[in-house]
Design a protein around this ligand. Structure first.
Ligand code: SF4
Length: 458
């Protein structure tokens, strides 16, 4: 076990696992640590203490989190655990992490900056002279400088039968709209060119506070998805930046946002986690928003905003799923022309209500259906990408060694970072043309390859 170092600025090793919501929790903790004068690092090397932000969603994520905690204990010995896994119960009703790794110093659930900092103060007292002015106004970010996640709420009021997130993160709590917009402005001022709005349920923003009127920039603004998106779009316009919406459930009021996309105020991109198409499966899943008219809804959205790109995730082999229900899902993906689809074979998460449902689908069949789903989804996606060949698109450059003289990699409005495809940029033909990370370039699409496009910067 490492003894705490005696240097003036104690060093905290930090490991961040899990989804973008967990990432934003990590950013808040890292920001606070830096504000108080702690040094932070991504390794355990020479750290006085390690914080592991965990994921507790599916079994693979639980294993990865537990393994990382074990590694941190073996290499460093002084470990604080936070995140979704920290909120999970063990078989005996106690805390799962503490049962498995009793030597951890402290365990908290997700979204718990205050509790994590209390544990840090207890085990690694804060330095006397914090250089608060060294912390950038936008806080510490784990993403590249040109894009950032903006979390607008925490928790969820739904109780989907396959999900245990509400038991870990609690019911919906929307952040005050003034705080969200202030954070967005700081991020744009710091050079962010793409803001990714995340939450458990973006369309539900403000439900918990009855769409209360807040204030921003001296004017009243309602805590409501439409108002938030409009304000973010207006703000982004001044910085020439993109706003991308994730985790949008198809409630009727989402229709109001489509004209803002058609106007170019926010990206015509919607990440809508549909999970299935068949009404009976959706009922067994207890999904929010009626799924019965989703195909029609998507068509109406495209009528209003023809450029719209729809990303979605689905579950194959949910308990009780019949071949007919699965065939309904395949037809849906084809007919709704989902641009980007991900699919998980149903995985029984410990503690999820769906585990009790009748007629579980055998493992092999779940996998087989996932593979069949992906074959159909990929064919739809490839066909839609092919249609872009010949078009000129705006591309945000993510990497461009040597000022792009040998080409680079970027993304168009149709590609969210990490989850969608990319645009491979060829070496520019014009000698004077350079590519810079975090800047936009126009590019003519010359080919589609799998999930990606190939383009010539112009
Ligand atoms: S909407 Fe459903 S799947 Fe999403 S976080 Fe809430 S309970 Fe989980």
């Amino acid at each position: 076990m490492n003894a705490p170092a005696t240097s003036a600025a104690p060093k905290v090793g930090f490991v961040s696992l899990g989804c973008p919501k967990a990432l934003t929790d990590s950013e808040l903790i890292l920001t606070q640590l830096s504000a108080e004068g702690y040094q932070t690092s991504k390794t355990f090397d020479g750290a006085d203490l390690v914080i592991v932000n965990t994921c507790g969603f599916i079994d693979d994520a639980v294993k990865e989190s537990l393994d990382t905690i074990g590694e941190a204990l073996a290499e460093n010995g002084r470990v604080i655990v936070t995140g979704c896994l920290g909120a999970r119960q063990g078989d005996d009703g106690g805390n799962m992490v503490q049962n498995i790794h009793p030597s951890v110093l402290a365990v908290t659930g997700p979204h718990a900056t205050h509790e994590v900092m209390e544990a840090v103060h207890k085990h690694l007292p804060k330095p006397h002279d914090p250089f608060v002015d060294l912390v950038p106004a936008q806080g510490i970010k784990l993403t590249p400088r040109h894009y950032a996640y903006l979390k607008i709420s925490e928790g969820c009021n739904h109780r989907c039968t396959f999900c245990i997130i509400p038991s870990m993160r609690g019911d919906l709590v929307s952040r005050p709209i003034g705080d969200v917009l202030t954070e967005a402005r700081k991020l744009f001022e710091a050079g962010v060119k793409e803001l990714l709005v995340v939450s458990q349920d973006t369309s539900a923003y403000g439900v918990d506070v009855k769409y209360r009127t807040g204030f921003w920039d001296g004017k009243p603004v309602k805590t409501r998805m439409f108002d938030l998106v409009r304000e973010l779009g207006e703000l982004a316009k001044g910085f020439g930046a993109w706003v991308r919406l994730h985790y949008v459930y198809p409630y009727p009021h989402v229709d109001e946002v489509l004209p803002l996309m058609a106007e170019g105020l926010v990206l015509p991109y919607l990440d809508v986690p549909l999970q299935h198409s068949h009404p009976d499966v959706l009922r067994r899943m207890k999904r929010p928003a009626s799924g019965e008219r989703n195909q029609e809804r998507i068509q109406q959205w495209r009528d209003v905003c023809p450029e719209l790109v729809v990303r979605s995730t689905f579950i194959a082999g949910f308990p009780g799923e019949t071949e007919e229900e699965f065939a309904h899902l395949l037809d849906f993906v084809r007919e709704a022309q989902i641009d980007r689809a991900g699919c998980f074979a149903y995985s029984p998460v410990t503690g999820a209500a769906a585990n009790e449902l009748a007629n579980p689908v055998p493992d092999e069949l779940r996998e087989e259906r996932r593979a069949r789903f992906m074959a159909v989804a990929e064919a739809v996606s490839a066909e839609r990408l092919q249609r872009r060949v010949g078009a000129t698109m705006q591309v945000l450059v993510d990497s461009a060694p040597g000022m792009g003289k040998k080409g680079g990699v970027g993304r168009s409005y149709a590609d969210a970072p990490e989850i969608d495809g990319t645009v491979r940029l060829l070496p520019p033909q014009k000698i004077s043309k350079t590519l810079k990370v975090g800047e936009f370039t126009k590019a003519r699409i010359v080919a589609a390859e799998g999930h990606d496009l190939v383009a010539m910067p112009v």
